[in-house]
Design a protein around this ligand. Structure first.
Ligand code: SAM
Length: 275
């Protein structure tokens, strides 16, 4: 008897595994071909909790009538939302010392920046960027539109981001803790309104075409493309390129790279510029 038919153990047959992998890959770009073990270990409880006794039933259901909530539950089990403040701080340093002064000069007239944190998870990255901007602009900040777009696929992560409640790491500068956070219960901190109001969180699947109102001066997309297969990554980087103003930037993570034939010019580790 096919093991996938049994409730106990919740193994997945090769056919169901392939159906699930190709569904997730085509819709969300996430490459699960090497993740069979992860699927059974992370999804078995979800499958049982939904009242199914096999992965076959679950995959049938998901492909034919899965709702947005079912998909969200699936993706939040299979992707990692791991993120933290001051992650890969060298990129933030470059942003603060080189990119931001350039953008502020270029936007002296319209006083409006256009920055996107793509795959923002629970919000630490865009809030962090916002803190650098506030520091840089100082008392001038109120004259600028410094709102950032921050998107993710995961509704759970976005809810956490909107709440803005964190256990802060020691790497957060003491001055920021004081200026940009409000102490909450249990040693946690909430992001202060002047930073929170500066980040617009939206759900967005990076597999979709990019049709935001403006082109971006800078896109952060760090530790997201690691989940994607090469053609998906290449296509996304091309869409980022098209959605960026000439001379605009793309920041990825140290764990990632762009294809050698990318039209972007590398200007620093993990930092690329549109020609
Ligand atoms: C590891 S977190 C990265 C967070 C942050 N950028 C950082 O570097 O710390 C990866 C995020 O990518 C999101 N993600 C994965 N696939 C996605 C897709 N197709 N569209 C949008 N976001 C996606 C996940 O939900 C997750 O929150």
């Amino acid at each position: 008897m096919d093991n996938s038919k049994k409730a106990a153990g919740m193994s997945i047959s090769e056919a169901d595994f392939r159906r699930l992998v190709s569904f997730v890959q085509s819709k969300y770009g996430i490459d699960l071909r090497e993740k069979k073990q992860l699927i059974t270990s992370r999804l078995s409880n979800t499958v049982k909790g939904m009242g199914f006794t096999s992965f076959t039933q679950y995959v049938d259901y998901l492909l034919k009538q899965g709702t947005g909530d079912d998909i969200n539950a699936l993706l939040s089990r299979l992707t990692t939302n791991y993120t933290y403040f001051m992650r890969e701080v060298e990129s933030f340093d470059y942003f603060y010392s080189t990119i931001l002064p350039e953008l502020v000069r270029a936007h002296q007239r319209d006083k409006s920046l256009s920055i996107w944190s793509a795959g923002c998870s629970s919000g630490e990255e865009p809030y962090n960027v916002s803190m650098y901007i506030m520091d840089y602009l100082g008392s001038q900040a109120s004259q600028w539109d410094t709102r950032l777009l921050a998107t993710d696929l995961s509704v759970e992560a976005l809810n956490k981001a909107r709440r803005g409640l964190y256990q802060l790491p020691d790497t957060i500068p003491a001055g920021w803790k004081k200026n940009y956070f409000v102490a909450a219960q249990g040693g946690q901190y909430t992001v202060a309104p002047k930073i929170k109001n500066n980040v617009l969180f939206r759900q967005f699947n990076l597999m979709d075409s990019i049709q935001f109102r403006r082109k971006f001066d800078l896109i952060f997309c760090r530790n997201v493309m690691i989940y994607f297969d090469q053609p998906t990554k290449d296509a996304l980087v091309r869409r980022f390129y098209d959605a960026t103003v000439p001379g605009g930037y793309l920041i990825i993570s140290k764990a990632e790279n762009l294809p050698p034939d990318t039209p972007y010019k590398r200007v620093a580790t993990s930092i690329f510029r549109k020609k």
